[in-house]
Design a protein around this ligand. Sequence first.
Ligand code: GSH
Length: 174
Amino acid sequence: MAAKKLYGTLSCPATMRALASMFEHELNFEFIPVDLTGAGDHDVKKGPFLSLNPFGNGLLFQDGDSLTLFESRAIMRFISHQYPKPGKEQVFIVPKLQGIAATWIDVEDHQFDPPTSKLVMELVHKPKIGLPTNQAVVAEEEAKLAMVLDVYEERLTVSPYLGEIYWLDLLGLR
Ligand SMILES: N[C@@H](CCC(=O)N[C@@H](CS)C(=O)NCC(=O)O)C(=O)O
């Protein structure tokens, strides 16, 4: 069987998400670093890479010759389904549980990630390259993140994990 390959860059949270999943599932794979600036051997904005990830955003997973995926959360879901860890359930068969898990994965994507990414840019990356932090952006994104964290806190008072509910609730027993 042809090898698994992950193209990505270690400073990218999307790459780290995919890598975390691959390590968690103990997959053997080759990591191929790409350069988002267009330098190096794998220019993500051109040619072969762009034909596989049309958005050219620096992340690609190949499962042998049979499948190519981009989008880190889709890669994680595929790995969980294709390479499950016996006894450590990460995939729900029950449609209701699938819906709940999908909801909270999307919440992370659309609510948690955007303000967090902007804060990391302002508070970590910009200072590293000598650019001033925009305090107005920081205040605005902190407020958005605080709202998301409040929702998370509330959710965790009624469920064991964000994307899961108690079995008694699922069975309608309370
Ligand atoms: N939604 C994508 C986001 C990927 C992403 O944000 N990639 C960034 C690097 S961390 C990137 O390549 N940005 C530059 C660009 O899109 O041109 C995922 O989760 O895989």
